[in-house]
Design a protein around this ligand. Structure first.
Ligand SMILES: *Cc1c(COP(=O)(O)O)cnc(C)c1O
Length: 334
């Protein structure tokens, strides 16, 4: 039975074209800076997103960690959303490994952080306080695209208050495709950006941190320190390059599939949150466990949560969506 896995967009398999690109990749030792494919990926993304430099790393968690640590010293503070990946889902790495104090702020319904709340959280220059150095945003945030005008206002605020601005752009390209703009129109507002290649883009491994040459130089040292220096990493970078060259525009298909899934479930009477990109959130309440088991028996993998998240991706076809809707319909009457 073919499996329809909606738990995350991380579950994709490399496409045949991607596997060929990996097989054919020219390799060298990247810790010596000699892997031509890694260098090509780093140059490609830095240029595309409008930065001086970039750094290939194994995971988005490491990419964010290096970004935060490159901006902030021990005893500094960063402002971040209460539900942000960097704060909530990365093992507290910035605090544990960087001695960076997080200042979390409750997020708004549209995925943004209120600028007045941010401004109120910035600490005065006083030896009682940690030094507020950085604001970290996430885009997309739980599938929501931050408005461009908001990013511009956040940039103005951080510049005025002397803070750096980091973007966890794990799903940057979902936001760009949704807005119909080149990704650099989003990244232009930021001092550093982390992009995941292993989410909707479909690479098996890898993230890239972009920033100034100086920032990326610091991040490169930190990458070695946390054990992220890889050798013939070009096989992995080749997958990322292939994804960036061939699998960006198709994210629109994922968005259309998510839209169709949401519409189908609404017709069945489920409470589905508005969909912007590739994530569908549906209220299933205490039936979460039963629904998961019911769907598992029909080859559909779901998470089990009262606010159930379903994510569309490269390995989900339009026909799969109809099957999922049919399973939910059967569950309703079961
Ligand atoms: C997946 C993800 C990351 C990084 O995750 P890794 O699994 O470490 O690659 C960072 N931020 C967001 C928003 C993510 O969804």
């Amino acid at each position: 039975m073919p499996i329809i896995d909606l738990r995350s967009d991380t579950v994709t398999q490399p496409t045949p074209g991607m596997r060929e690109a990996m097989q054919a990749a020219e390799l060298g030792d990247d810790v010596y800076g000699e892997d031509p494919t890694v260098n090509r990926l780093e140059h490609y993304l830095a240029a595309e997103l409008g930065f001086e430099a970039a750094l290939f790393v194994p995971t988005g968690t490491m990419s964010n960690l290096l970004g935060l640590m490159a901006h902030c010293a021990r005893g500094d503070e960063y402002i971040v959303g209460q539900q942000a990946h960097t704060y909530k889902y990365e093992g507290g790495g910035a605090a544990v490994l960087g001695s960076i104090q997080p200042q979390p702020i409750e997020g708004e319904a549209d995925g943004s952080l209120d600028l007045d709340k941010i401004e109120a959280a910035i600490k005065q220059d006083d030896f009682h306080f940690a030094r507020t150095r950085l604001l970290a945003l996430e885009n997309t945030m739980q599938g929501k695209v931050l408005p461009q005008a908001y990013l511009q206002a956040a940039r103005e605020l951080t510049t005025r208050r002397g803070l750096a601005l980091h973007l966890d752009g794990a799903r940057l390209y979902n936001a760009a495709v949704k807005l119909g703009v080149p990704a650099r129109q989003i990244t232009q507002y930021f001092d550093s950006v982390s992009v995941c290649l292993s989410k909707g883009l479909g690479a098996p491994v890898g993230s890239v941190l972009c920033g100034s040459a100086e920032l990326i130089g610091r991040a490169r040292r930190l990458r070695k320190m946390v054990g992220g220096g890889m050798r013939q990493a070009g096989m992995l970078a080749a997958a990322g390059l292939y994804a960036l060259e061939h699998q960006v525009q198709r994210l629109a298909d994922d968005h259309a599939n998510a839209e169709r899934l949401a519409a189908g479930l609404r017709e069945l009477g489920y409470a589905v949150e508005p969909v912007q990109t590739n994530m569908v959130y549906v209220a299933v309440g205490e039936q979460a466990g039963a629904l998961q088991a019911f769907c598992a028996a029909r080859g559909i993998k779901l998470s089990a949560a009262p606010r159930l998240r379903m994510v569309t991706h490269l390995d989900i076809a339009a026909a799969d969506i109809e099957q999922v809707i049919a399973a939910f319909a059967a569950f309703r009457v079961s």
